[in-house]
Ligand binder design. Structure first.
Ligand SMILES: Cc1ncc(C[n+]2csc(CCOP(=O)(O)OP(=O)(O)O)c2C)c(N)n1
Length: 608
């Protein structure tokens, strides 16, 4: 290794790390931080979480022999350093771009990547499965799952922990505790973790006692023993040790996650025990980059920001207004108050805002309970994350006819975050919940209108879904009706577009493309995807060719429902997203490649 050149470009495999001195490792960590900040500033992506996991990742890769040993990253957003240390430095040039490197671990990129789902709280279950299968095969491979304190709030993590402890599986859990999720983590377990790091009395007394006992030549060892016992007693009061050990998981820590040596030692010690061990490491999110360290909301967790004029912005304003009009309106977030547009509501009505942690399933049934008690809960969540709680939506809310309002942001093709983040299932799933109402705003003003309508409806659940993009402006239409925004001719050879939500605007653009060619189409905005407006269906059926468009799965979605209603009267072509996993790329480019842009719709219409 060349002593005078930057170290990072010389690392092509984790084994290279083992050639470095601790001094060189410090330099490497600095280089990694600079590199990650620069890369994310160029392409966008996850920043704070990666800056906090630099030393931890180095220590893991020096101690374990990946890929023989397995390192699993829960959620996967914090794996940039892992990518850098496993030969993927060049990939950062096109991070999250079409055809480029994924923002999450990806099995097609590297044998060091095992899981790529990016939905939180799954790693302990994968780890248990892998460790069990290695045991059955009689092979000696270590399995380490790295999970954040935020992801530990997800129910699946507890299910995994419980099962791991019960079965005594040989798994090392690294609890990467930075006290943060997107926002500060909400959980009493996390609170007790935070108490350890933030209790000045504990920390200061510990330091004073330690240096004091070190100065006592004769009684030193005995006093040290006493200090250790005292520390253990204090920790017992604050720590989650009891929590983990009750479940059968040995607890070790806390360790300073920015001390490579300490983490390496802990990992080696953990390997000496049989059964599951949790290593509790304390890290700082955004470490080493002042703008991230000083970002009080989310330590620059990622680069997304609430954009003025976006649908999220419209929601952020509308929910505050609704809260002002009605005292019974309460809001719920699953650890994402900022990205879902709830910060203003939380500031205005702190007692009516509930952050439940990364716990979408719980959030939904909690909402059902709130509604049963007479409140009007609004659960703001990304479309992709609600998918996880479909059973709760269907049975706990739907079957019980509770008036819960689901506000689904990032619906449709979302782009850079890849397969796991597209909101392509919500229309299919929500439309299978009996008595569900689904509203799809196609403008800034419509979103506010629909939130108000959802409140007034007050019978069973309502789902409002919108995309990540900026919103067009148009006055809201008549409550409970679709909107015939453009009236073309009916009868022989006539064409009608029905565009759901964002696709309505694209259908209007397609109509503009077709007009100069003498093709005069009707365009409907259904507004409510469920129940469908019978006036719209009647009118559409008078055309000889109906083209529906939605940015969700084509099969079993809203176009299918429309076809079910009118395909015995006219020809219906359902356009939507094919049922497949779609990689990261620019959202519009993906839609275009699927024929879901103005050109694609116009081309379909020309076929007649
Ligand atoms: C099921 C699910 N809900 C929400 C998210 C969005 N999300 C991504 S990372 C994150 C916070 C994770 O916090 P933590 O595990 O502590 O990791 P950190 O970023 O703090 O290192 C959240 C809420 C997700 N990935 N999965």
């Amino acid at each position: 290794m060349d002593a005078f050149s930057p170290i990072l470009p010389q690392i092509s495999d984790p084994a290279d790390l083992r050639q470095l001195s601790y001094k060189q490792l410090d330099q490497l960590c600095e280089e990694i931080r600079e590199f990650v900040v620069d890369a994310v500033n160029r392409t966008g992506g996850h920043l704070g979480s990666n800056l906090g996991a630099v030393e931890l990742t180095v220590a893991l890769h020096r101690t374990l022999r990946s890929p023989h040993d397995v390192i699993l990253w829960d959620t996967g957003h914090q794996a940039y350093v892992h990518k850098l240390l496993t030969g993927r430095m060049k990939g950062f040039q096109d991070l999250r771009q079409a055809g480029g490197m994924s923002g999450y671990p990806s099995r097609s990129e590297s044998e060091h990547d095992w899981i790529e789902n990016s939905h939180a709280s799954t790693a302990l279950s994968y780890a248990h499965g892998l460790a069990t299968s290695f045991k059955v095969a009689g092979v000696n491979r270590r399995v380490v799952a790295v999970i954040g304190d935020g992801s530990m709030t997800g129910g699946m993590a507890y299910e995994g922990l419980n099962n791991l402890g019960h079965s005594g599986s040989d798994v090392t859990i690294v609890l990467n505790d930075n006290g943060r999720s997107y926002a500060p983590t909400v959980s009493l377990l996390s609170d007790s973790l935070v108490k350890i790091r933030s209790n000045p009395v504990y920390m200061a007394r510990q330091r004073r006692f330690e240096s004091f006992t070190e100065t006592l030549p004769l009684v030193g060892p005995a006093a040290h023993g006493a200090v250790r016992a005292w520390k253990a007693a204090i920790r017992e009061a604050f720590e989650p040790k009891a929590f983990f050990e009750q479940l059968g998981v040995r607890y070790m820590g806390p360790f300073d996650g920015h001390e490579i040596r300490a983490v390496e030692q802990a990992l080696e010690n953990a390997a000496a025990f049989e059964g599951p061990v949790v290593l509790h490491v304390l890290t700082n999110k955004g470490r080493g980059y002042a703008p991230a360290e000083n970002d009080a909301i989310k330590n620059m967790h990622d680069t997304s920001q609430l954009k003025p004029g976006s649908y999220t912005d419209a929601f952020a304003k509308a929910i505050v207004e609704l809260g002002e009009q009605h005292d019974d309106v309460v809001a719920i977030t699953a650890a994402m108050p900022d990205s879902t547009g709830l910060l203003d509501f939380a500031a205005r009505f702190p007692d009516r805002m509930f952050d439940v942690g990364i716990a979408e399933q719980h959030a939904v049934t909690f909402a059902a309970g709130l509604a049963m008690g007479g409140l009007r809960p609004v659960f703001a969540v990304y479309s992709t994350f609600l998918t996880r709680a479909f059973d709760q939506v269907n049975l706990d809310v739907g079957l019980h006819e509770q008036p819960v309002i689901f506000c689904l942001d990032r619906a449709g093709i979302t782009g850079d975050d890849g397969a796991s983040h597209h909101g392509v299932l919500d229309l299919v799933l929500m439309s299978k919940v009996p008595n569900m109402t689904i509203l799809c705003p196609s403008s800034y003003e419509e979103l506010k209108q629909m939130l108000g309508d959802a409140y007034l409806l007050n019978r069973g659940p309502v789902c409002i879904r919108w995309p990540k993009t900026s919103a067009t402006h148009r006055p809201p239409a008549e409550v409970g009706r679709g909107l015939a925004a453009r009236k073309g001719r009916t009868g022989d050879g006539s064409i009608c577009f029905i565009g759901v939500g964002k696709m309505f605007n694209i259908a209007m653009e397609a109509a503009d493309l077709l007009a100069p060619e003498g093709i005069d189409v009707t365009v409907w905005d259904p507004r409510a995807a469920l129940p469908l407006d019978p006036l719209m269906l009647n009118d559409a059926a008078k055309h000889s060719f109906v083209i529906t468009a939605e940015d969700g799965y084509r099969e079993g979605g809203i176009g299918s429902a429309i076809a079910d209603e009118i395909s015995d009267q006219t020809k219906v072509r359902v356009m939507g997203v094919p049922t497949t996993y779609i990689s990261h790329a620019n959202a519009d480019a993906i839609l275009g490649s699927l024929g879901l842009d103005a050109e694609g719709l116009a081309a379909e219409a020309r076929k007649g």
